[in-house]
Design a protein around this ligand. Structure first.
Ligand SMILES: [Zn+2]
Ligand SMILES: [Zn+2]
Length: 415
């Protein structure tokens, strides 16, 4: 017997309903903020991610699914979508269209991570990118929108963390200060940090190894090294968030896992998942488009929500709505089955969800309960001849006799 590959899974009903609902909420909110969808291929040339995500990141150095195509090209399953969106933006000359481009995406990403609770090798992200604006107003709007999506889906207790990681003017100075301090303490740090102390000192701040924390906490803060422009930018983002009464914590260690971030970075964590409970992460990436070949400056900002974890939170906190059916029809006999088929077709055309059962009454009532039917209708020869229906409300237990048109009105009014 063949099983799904380790780290992948089937999303089955009723969970798939929660997935659909989350995606519908996100699409509606994206539309409210004037975003449009972009769909990029699931695989790209490996060089795109090596350049766009950064060679030194865990993603590129050890987690990508990479293979050589028949013509020798190195291809990779997308481990994230920002690099692909920027590639598409440059390739289709979207920089020529006036105004910032506001794009969203949803779909599977692939990383060969160690499987653990809430982490999969094929996982799903809902994300967005705004390209062509460096305004702090954009940052605040993006953060406001992602909070709206998560709360709109039913997530409670969200905790927003923000930071600024500086720009190409001020980060080298911070990196140098960090590197210098790391020289004296790096023998106490984990193997990864010892390597990063040389190659990418900023990433040491990201280390989750408990034994490293007392040392990492004493490292310099990036907020003390921001240039004037970055300081002003961050202060304005904060002011705009304050204006909207969006609560946040400033955490100077929030540098995020990807190399391309500049200035604003942000993350939302949720309590139900423990310490490493990030459900969404994002940030500004002002130089990314240029590093991928854009001739003109295209500053941008984006985020991605981990949809697997979002759905898990909704299911664990009881915020996942149960699937329900408007009407379950139990036809008794052949004539009733024919009649039920036509009635069901007419109701479905009016957006009423209907199931028609077949078999013994007792079993059909069990199935109606399983389906969480709001109403049931037992249909026999008497009802057909008289033209009246006995509709039972499954919540109240009340049964009412009604004509066909009363039945249609009653069921469509409920929707
Ligand atoms: Zn700066
Ligand atoms: Zn470490």
């Amino acid at each position: 017997m063949i099983h799904a590959i380790k780290g992948t899974r089937d999303i089955l009903p009723p969970s798939s309903t929660t997935w659909n609902r989350v995606e519908a909420v996100a699409r509606r909110i994206f539309a409210n903020y004037n975003y449009q969808e972009i769909r990029t291929p699931i695989f790209e040339e490996t060089a795109l991610f090596a350049r766009g995500v950064g060679e030194e990141t865990d993603i590129v150095s050890k987690e990508m699914y990479t293979w050589e195509d028949r013509d020798g090209t190195s291809l990779t399953l997308r481990p994230e979508n920002t690099a692909s969106v920027i590639r598409a933006y440059i390739e289709h000359r979207m920089d020529q269209i006036p105004g910032p481009k506001k794009l969203y995406y949803m779909g599977p990403m692939f990383r060969r991570e160690r499987p653990q609770k809430g982490r999969y090798r094929q996982f799903f992200q809902i994300g967005s990118e705004v390209i062509g604006s460096e305004s702090p107003a954009t940052d605040a709007e993006v953060i406001e929108m992602v909070v709206a999506i998560l709360t709109g889906c039913g997530v409670k207790d969200i905790h927003l963390i923000i930071n600024s990681v500086g720009c190409k003017e001020c980060r080298p100075g911070f990196n140098a200060a960090l590197k210098e301090q790391l020289q004296s303490i790096k023998q106490h740090l984990c193997e990864n940090c010892q390597r990063r102390a040389e190659t990418n000192p900023l990433r040491v701040l990201d280390c989750k190894v408990p034994a490293d924390q007392p040392y990492v906490e004493k490292l310099p803060s990036i907020l003390d090294h921001l240039c004037q422009n970055c300081t002003n930018h961050f202060a304005t983002v904060r002011q705009f968030l304050d204006d909207r009464q969006i609560g946040y914590e400033v955490r100077p260690r929030l540098v995020r896992g990807l190399d391309y971030y500049t200035r604003t970075t942000f993350e939302i964590v949720h309590g139900a998942l423990g310490a490493q409970s990030s459900v969404m992460g994002g940030g500004r990436y002002d130089g990314l488009a240029e590093s991928l070949g854009s001739k003109i400056s295209s500053p941008g900002i984006g985020f991605s929500i981990g949809e697997d974890r979002l759905v898990m939170i909704l299911e664990e906190t009881g915020a996942a709505e149960p699937v329900s059916l408007d009407l379950y029809i139990a036809p008794m006999g052949d004539a009733a089955l024919r009649h039920a088929g036509i009635l069901a077709r007419d109701l479905r055309l009016q957006q009423v969800s209907v199931e028609v059962g077949e078999g013994k009454l007792k079993r059909l009532m069990e199935l109606a309960n399983k389906a969480n039917a709001k109403h049931t209708l037992i249909l026999g020869d008497n009802e057909i001849t008289a033209g009246t229906y006995a509709l039972k409300n499954m919540t109240s237990g009340e049964q009412r006799s009604m004509t066909r048109s009363e039945l249609v009105d009653h069921l469509t009014a409920k929707n």
